[in-house]
Design a protein around this ligand. Structure first.
Ligand SMILES: *Cc1c(COP(=O)(O)O)cnc(C)c1O
Length: 406
């Protein structure tokens, strides 16, 4: 059957896709800015941003232009050859951060896999092969490869896949005493998200981040910050670590880096990079010219005062809207997060209703996310308009009134 004649619907998903997701009941077919349309032509306001990925909205003209022009120029050469977009993007990322060196991948998990391998390798080469302990956090999320899911702090994602990589210890997030109790000179790295995303939109406290930095320095361990979700302007700074007055040793970023095109990066210093040599790590697609050209355009737009300073104004509009809804319906115990990574925590008596709220919101024409069973998560475009926020909030309010029979 010719592709253009093949009718596919949401039901097709249940026939042909590996059942690891439970997607919403509609199929988006088109997007523009923060609006999306489904197969029936119904319009949605997008507060989900493709899970913090489409930071410039859907089909941003500058990204489309780069996709087209680079698409007619050069897509892929492999890492046997370097390319101009990767070199330019690396220059810009290092100029904008603590870092001197960049490794490109295609997903957050790959950037983290590279980061964890680098931390272990650095400790092995510079200190001892026994300096391999990684300290990570309950509810942390770092991706779905076996190493990254094992560093992640939710056993339900790592159980059942056979033996896990060893020497990984998990302690409660924002609990410095718990870290102190397990860190020692055999620790090679502490791995943390500055704002836990999947784990419930939980920001690290200033004292915690500062404390992690000091503990790493004391024990010659590396501070690895996973900014796959919290980075690229999401917090109102280019990277969230800038809020804390500390610098990491290794940082990973993905999601919004390509504005919707798959690309990730691991950033580090010259000192740490010095242990690597050709052949120690690699990837076929990582750093391909098409992905890097698009990411360069995304970075050029996001890393401007206009976009970064606009984040807090938009956050304010969201928070005010959510607080008004709480005054009316008494459903949230807390609104938390940083910038446009916003978590509305359901009160304990409504803790299991997050998925029902997501489905009701979709029915009213607004796309939202959950983070765990009791948090509603909003990670919209960083350039969503006040009008789009208002329209989406009104639809969200209608959905909540239906769920809570108000
Ligand atoms: C989404 C996410 C990842 C995984 O990224 P993928 O592109 O899905 O591999 C890793 N860490 C954090 C903090 C994330 O939010």
């Amino acid at each position: 059957m010719a592709a253009e004649n093949m009718a596919v619907t949401r039901e097709t998903f249940d026939d042909v896709i590996l059942p690891v997701y439970a997607p919403a009941q509609f199929v988006p077919v088109r997007g523009k800015g923060s609006r999306v349309w489904d197969q029936q032509g119904k319009e949605y306001i997008d507060f989900s941003g493709g899970i913090a990925v489409t930071a410039l909205g859907h089909c941003h003209p500058a990204l489309v232009e780069t996709l087209k022009s680079q698409g007619e120029t050069l897509w892929h050469t492999s890492n046997v050859f370097t390319n101009e977009p990767a070199l330019r993007l690396a220059r810009k990322l290092t100029a904008a951060t603590f870092a001197d060196r960049v490794f490109f991948g295609n997903s957050g998990a790959e950037a983290n896999e590279a980061a964890f391998k680098l931390a272990r390798y650095y400790a092995c080469k510079k200190h001892s092969p026994f300096k391999s302990k990684i300290i990570a956090f309950h509810n942390g999320f770092h991706g779905r490869t076996l190493f990254t899911v094992s560093v992640g702090g939710q056993p339900k994602y790592s159980d059942g896949f056979g033996p896990k990589p060893a020497d990984i210890v998990h302690v409660p997030f924002n609990d410095l005493a718990a870290v102190k109790a397990v860190i020692d000179d055999h620790t090679c790295a502490i791995v943390a998200e500055p704002v836990q995303g999947e784990g419930g939109v939980m920001p690290a406290t200033q004292a915690f981040m500062q404390g992690l930095r000091e503990l790493c320095d004391k024990h010659n361990a590396l501070l690895v910050l996973d900014e796959v979700q919290s980075g690229m302007g999401r917090s109102g700074k280019l990277f969230s670590y800038e809020h804390y007055n500390i610098q990491p040793d290794i940082l990973t970023t993905a999601k919004a880096l390509g504005g919707g095109f798959p690309v990730s990066a691991m950033l580090t210093t010259n000192e740490i990079a010095s242990v690597m040599a050709p052949g120690v790590h690699g990837t076929t697609y990582g750093g391909n010219p098409l992905a890097c050209a698009i990411a360069e355009t995304a970075l050029d737009i996001i890393n401007t005062p206009a976009v970064l300073q606009g984040v807090d104004v938009r956050r304010q509009q969201f928070v005010e809207g959510l607080m008004a809804l709480d005054r009316e319906l008494t459903i949230f115990s807390e609104i938390r997060g940083k910038g446009l990574l916003i978590g509305a925590v359901l009160r304990p008596e409504h803790a299991s209703k997050a998925r029902a709220i997501l489905d009701a919101a979709a029915a009213e024409g607004v796309m939202i996310l959950t983070a765990g069973s009791d948090v509603i998560r909003f990670v919209p475009s960083l350039v969503i308009t006040p009008d789009e926020i208002e329209t989406g909030m009104n639809r969200f309010a209608t959905a909540l009134r239906k769920v809570f029979n108000a």
